[in-house]
Ligand binder design. Sequence first.
Ligand code: FES
Ligand code: FE2
Length: 415
Amino acid sequence: MLDNVTWPSTDYSRVPYVVFGDQAIYNREQERIFQGSSWCYLGLEAEIPNPGDFKTSFVGNTSVVVNRSANGAVYAFENRCAHRGSTVVRELSGNRENYTCIYHHWCYDHEGNLIGVPFQRGLKGKGGMPREFDKCEHSLKKLRVETYRGVIFGTFDHDIMPLADYLGPRIRDILDTIFQKPIEVLGYMRQRMPSNWKLYWENATDCYHAGLLHQFGTTFGLFRATQEGGSFLGACPGHSVCYSIFGSDEGSVSEGYEGIEAYNAEMKLNDASLLQYRDEDSDQRGLIIMATFPSVIFQRIANTLATRQIRTKSPNEFELYWTYFGYADDDEELRRMRLTQTNLVGPAGLISMEDGEAGVLIQRAIERERHASSVMEMGGKGPIGDQDHLVSEMSVRGFWKHYCDVMGYVPGSSS
Ligand code: FES
Ligand SMILES: [Fe+2]
């Protein structure tokens, strides 16, 4: 199957459904994307502020530990014992001076170096490891780690370009905005999606759906295709940003949405406090969704700030891991607004629960149609670039272009 992926069009306006359900393709993604030359989101420095703090995370489907050492530096390593392969750290987070595997008690430091092997010299002159056994040769598999604005990224490719170059100026600019001040993590949500991870990536980079699928957001102005906004690509087309300006479409909504059910002028909230919003940015971008290839989406929607990490599980399943945060200096009212608005997003969010369902609807329907393809021409065919409006699928095509480059799939041919 792997060798028969036919990418139907050279402008990535068609995506063969086979890529959403094939085990061999999934395996190739783990090798080329997640274990390959990508900087993957691991977490936030604010989650591990003190020496010895750790949290477990994922790169694709590989469990990793990210932690802060005694000297304050952040390290990460694969969560798989160098002895016989056991999971070393089973907690989600905590504080440790070192890590002891439960099976035979091999012990590792914060960098993942092996520092202790019980009975290494045997007992009473018997047993033990061979004399030449060198602990230095049996550390945990280490990731290279870099941070930007307190966001921790890791990679298994120790020769990859620096993180700042991988992100590029436009992505860094959004991170400068979202992480403009010290943050405080407010909580987490996790959801298991019975669909392929790339269907969520398509969803997150697709401006077009948001003003149609999400009736709540469209009706109450959290995102409408009639608003001013647009999308642009990062240093590679695998990174993209969608943004919109709240309130910028007054007077044009009814006309734009005439005959479209997503906008319901009759609908009113009994309690409008959910829609209370404080503009935190001089350019009034009420919504910013930034997808950073291959595993994280950053969002600011109204006053909700969050990262969404994709953790792949199989060709047909992934986990979406939401981390919500605010700024350490939030006043009480702003903090309350952030927490209230958390109801807008997440697994049951009023403007995001449909996203998970959309992926499932696709996954089910394409199961027996692996030879068929999707159609993406909204916003135009041909070259992939920035858009100054919201009726576009351009960034989705950007994702697929980068995906094919990394996977070695040549559009318009059998690869
Ligand atoms: S598997 Fe970890 S110490 Fe043996
Ligand atoms: Fe959505």
